[in-house]
Design a protein around this ligand. Sequence first.
Ligand code: V1D
Ligand code: CA
Length: 581
Amino acid sequence: MTSDTKKRINYFYDEKITEYFHGSGHPMKPMRVKMTHSLVMAYGLYKKMEIFRARPGIVDELTQFHTDEYIAFLGKVTPNNADDHLKEQVKFSVGDDCPVFDGLLEYCQITAGGSLEGAARLNYGLCDIAVNWAGGLHHAKKAEASGFCYVNDIVIAILELLRHHSRVLYIDIDVHHGDGVEEAFYTTDRVMTLSFHNYGDFFPGTGDIHDIGYGKGKYHAVNVPLREGIDDVTYKTIFEPIVTHVIEWYQPSVIVLQCGADSLSGDRLGTFNLTTRGHGDCVRFVKKFNIPMLVLGGGGYTIRNVSRCWAYETAVVVDKEVPIELPHTEFYEYYGPEYKLHCPPSNMENMNSPDYLETIKLKIYEHLDRSRHTPSVQMQERSWDKRIVPDNEYEESDDEEMEGNGTNSRKSRIPYVRTYRYKLLYDQSSKDKHKNNNNIHTLATTTTAEIVDQMEIDNIPGPSSADAVVPPVNVAATTTDAASESHTDQATNSVTEDPALAPDSMVDGDDDNKINTTTATTSAATTSANTTNNELSSLSSSTTTADAPTVPAPVSIASPNEVTIVTTATNQESNHLPETE
Ligand code: V1D
Ligand code: CA
């Protein structure tokens, strides 16, 4: 492990998440994300990171993993018409744990947008750590909702990371098994999944120690089945050595850390006895490896503790010590009577004996040591993986300084960043033919449809599958007419591979008060509405020419070049205030 160094942190938050409500009595409460954000702002952690509101994921992004049919269903079912869709509700497991509510698909798009954006910015070397507390929904399957999760933002983000990274390590400290992520990547060695969870008559029932992956993925799934009541000290004795062993064995180039806070003591659904310190120590420990990291939320149902935990973990990520006394926020009353950041453990019995833990640890080592990791994608990085940013794409913001009261209302010219997902590839052999925006080449992103069928993940263009991969070009070329206006110059620029041309202004650690609060503006993602996953299964740059898909209307969140205002929690009314627990 190398020593900890100063990191560039990107944090994603969309206040809109609070507008969705799973129903009274349902344990999942999106308000916990706003409670977290309020603490993050009140502690002044914004000074140490860039804050973004991500463009919500669009259907074509969600269907990188999920089936078109399933996502279409999530988009059309409402509480009013649910009775007309009873058969589909059964088919897609939408019902009790995963109820239909107003704006269901939008909710999924928001949770996925932050994770995708984080992955994108990590890919481009624009940050070292990306955080999306609204993400981490690890149970969702390709065509099935499960365990309060409808869309698996983690799988979608990992697929994104695989475009630039050879090996992605996924670590899951939610008390539940990360089954959806494990299943998606069970047969590949490009992703290694490591889940710590309560196992034994506990949802979802998977995650046996003997489940280790299959085919090429054999030994690339690691399950740490734990009994009830594990505490900080005991958790550390198993988490740290196993994580170290896995990282040394696998040598990931990026890590996705799911920080489900239902592993905290006193969680409404959880069975562990971790404190916020013990939970946060896991984040601190993983961070110390100095590997780019996507940090996500997950479960967590005693929401005053969830928000404490994730606010603390944000502080860990940005490397700032924060006072134990909680600052004032609109949710202050929820933290009484102590009003402290950390929550104590309970006196519940720890059913994990040292012998038991030693046995599972050795078993896991035995699995790993049975094979040396032989990567199917080579270890070296290509130079263009380091940083590819077209000229001017990330201009310095002309924002005003943040007002002293912590509530900001600012203009930003920072364009939205996920454009590249739909960047168009000129056919290098016949460039001129393709100057017209409508005659496009789509970077073949959607081999993922087969990936989740467990067979074709090696087709994802990894950083060193040199022959198959086409370096990204012309990021802005995919914008629609309206959107591309402000990018006209960029659209004809060639790609810069020179890190020196990258926008230092966006990573300037000197300006402590700068918050870049941006939204989807100029670069509404475009892709083909009528192009199936199978049609895009080739990775070659010469896959599409005359039959290139048409470009649909952009997904627009704000008008081009307009401001996005992400405010502190103080000036936003909530629709669904959390129940006190
Ligand atoms: F208590 C409830 C009240 C209303 C609706 C659901 C629940 C509830 C509690 N526990 N549902 C559960 C779990 N479901 C079952 C199945 C119901 N079958 C008959 C079995 O036990 C689901 C627990 C989901 C946990 C999700 C998660 O914390 O891992 C998570 N991570 O990221 C997002 C969520
Ligand atoms: Ca877990």
